[in-house]
Design a protein around this ligand. Structure first.
Ligand code: FAD
Length: 503
């Protein structure tokens, strides 16, 4: 089939636009269709982690993004009587070479990513275009869309990424069901500005108040976000008024000291799509998973999805890997995303309790087990292109060292595989394999101790291979380990089997 583009991206929300930006940077051609006529102007996500910052770094906008964020310095859990059950400092540059927790105003980040898309000739985002059908055809897909003028158009592509949000019509059309985690709950989300008022002292507070669970978050400048769970006796019309916001914020957002940009009611829910790939169509972002936003991981997870998928599409497009590599998108990402959805759903049960007795027991438990309230550690990927099944060091996100001259490692490596090894181990590799490493444009080899020491120390090994998405393919202790790992890099395996004798 003759294709118009390599990939069609359905949905121009933050995940769809990030997919387009990553596709374009990788050299794939793509078109995105967004049914709205402009970027959605209201914020939902307010928190990013260091891993997400690495994606923005790879797109060249991390430094600019940092200018419109603030680090989330501390988090608290407070109960009905105002006792601080947990106070944790979160103000640090973490393993990813960025702050572990950053707060922002969502349109700022979407704007930056849209600018990357606009500046990347391989990709195009078209607003005011609704996708109505995706049909599998030999060797690819046909995407039917309707523009504002009512005209129908067919776009032929090899693959489609459906980033069309929580209510994904494409997911429904593909017959993919979702699994439910936890209980759905309605929350009022209030965004606005403080006027000559400091608000709460802590940057993020979860209120385990059984009379009304709530959340407070400081955003850049004078911006703040508050979220309040709706109770059964709330009047839906009254609850969105300034007077109600003042009442339920217990005077923290008084009329005259706070001006609201908007109030909206959301349903916080946990869902995971049962399948993430059907033929040449991949679900990503909220179309694939939705989490109650208690750990601020929904959009982070969506960006992880497209980070995981795009380099694989690129390798398959260039004939350097088989189509089977694309099956690892679901097998790797689904368990990882499920962990966050399940963990957030469990935390929601803890925070959302409205039974005073249960709340009392919970408070006692949190006071005596503060470690149980720590932000959970990210899990490993599910089975895929890594050695995690045999080695717990693999399949996990690798660190990003900051080198002595201040360079962040990714800026040196780019979107490539990375082989970082002790020089003696590398020297002992078969000459043919070293030649393949020299020849391969998809792999960077680092042997300088000044550049690799932090990496090797972090995995407690003599060699480590990173994938282009910064996840660890494997860790080696011996020459045989290093040789095995290098041969697992698809582009090296390709060179080794086609042109170079590695013995
Ligand atoms: C109150 C709240 C707070 C949150 N806080 C955080 C947080 O702090 N951190 C975090 O990481 N996440 C957070 N999240 C989650 C985060 O907002 C979502 O995960 C993220 O916005 C999903 O992005 P998306 O691009 O997948 O979907 P969406 O943003 O929903 O975008 C989908 C797009 O597809 C378009 N579309 C749909 N169907 C079609 C079609 N047929 N044709 C063309 N276009 C179509 C839609 O118009 C839409 O623009 C929060 C969510 C909520 C509700």
């Amino acid at each position: 089939m003759k294709t118009d583009v390599d990939v069609v991206v359905i949905g121009g929300g933050p995940v769809g636009t990030t997919a387009l930006a990553l596709l374009g940077r990788a050299g794939l051609t793509a078109v995105g269709f967004e049914r709205e006529t402009a970027m959605w102007p209201t914020a939902r996500a307010v928190h990013f982690d260091g891993e997400t910052m690495r994606t923005l770094q790879s797109l060249g906008v991390a430094a600019r993004f940092q200018e419109v964020t603030i680090p989330m310095k501390d988090v608290e859990i407070i109960n009905e009587t105002g006792d601080v059950l947990v106070h944790a400092s979160t103000d640090r540059i973490g393993d990813q070479a960025w702050n572990d927790h950053l707060s922002f105003h969502q349109p700022d980040i979407e704007q930056l990513i849209c600018e990357v898309v606009e500046g990347t000739p391989e990709v195009d985002l078209r607003y005011g275009v609704t996708v109505t059908r995706v049909t599998s055809v030999d060797g690819g897909i046909e995407v039917t869309s309707v523009g504002d003028d009512g005209k129908e158009q067919i776009t032929r592509a090899r693959w489609a990424i459906a980033a069309d949000g929580a209510r994904s019509e494409i997911r429904r059309e593909l017959g993919i069901e979702t699994d439910k985690y936890g209980e759905d709950a309605q929350w009022l989300v209030v965004d606005g500005h403080l006027i000559d008022s400091p608000g709460y002292a802590a940057d993020m507070i979860q209120f385990g108040t059984h009379t009304r669970p709530a959340l407070w978050l400081r955003l850049p400048g004078t911006r703040v976000r508050m979220e309040f769970m709706l109770m059964s006796d709330d009047d839906p019309e009254e609850i969105v008024t300034p007077a109600a916001v003042e009442r339920i914020s217990r005077g923290v957002l008084p009329v005259g000291k706070f001006s609201a940009d908007r109030q909206a009611v959301y349903i916080f829910r946990g869902r995971i799509a049962q399948h993430w790939r059907k033929g040449n169509v991949f679900l990503a972002g909220d179309a694939a998973h939705q989490a109650p936003p208690l750990f601020g991981q929904g959009l982070c997870a969506g960006i992880r999805d497209v980070e995981n998928l795009v380099w694989k599409l690129d390798l398959v497009r260039r004939g350097l890997a088989d189509d089977a590599l694309l099956d690892t998108y679901e097998s790797e990402r689904k368990p990882h995303a499920t962990f966050w959805v399940e963990t957030a759903a469990n935390q929601a049960v803890v925070i959302q309790t409205i039974d005073p007795k249960v709340a009392e027991h919970r408070d006692e438990f949190i006071k005596t087990h503060p470690e149980a309230s720590a932000v959970p550690l990210a899990p490993a990927l599910g089975a895929g292109l890594h050695e995690g099944a045999n080695d717990p060091r693999a399949g996990r996100l690798g660190i990003q060292p900051i080198l002595d001259d201040g360079t962040r490692l990714d800026d040196m490596v780019g979107k490539h595989f990375l082989v970082a090894a002790d020089r003696a181990l590398y020297d002992a590799l078969p000459q043919g394999l070293k030649d393949a490493l020299d020849e391969d444009r998809d792999t960077v080899t680092l042997l300088d101790p000044a550049k690799v020491q932090q990496l090797l120390t972090s995995v407690q090994g003599n060699a480590v291979v990173y994938r282009p998405d910064h996840y660890i393919l494997g860790v080696g202790d011996t020459v045989a380990d290093l040789e095995r790992l290098v041969r697992e890099i698809p582009s090296i395996a390709h060179i080794a089997t086609t042109t170079v004798s590695t013995r």
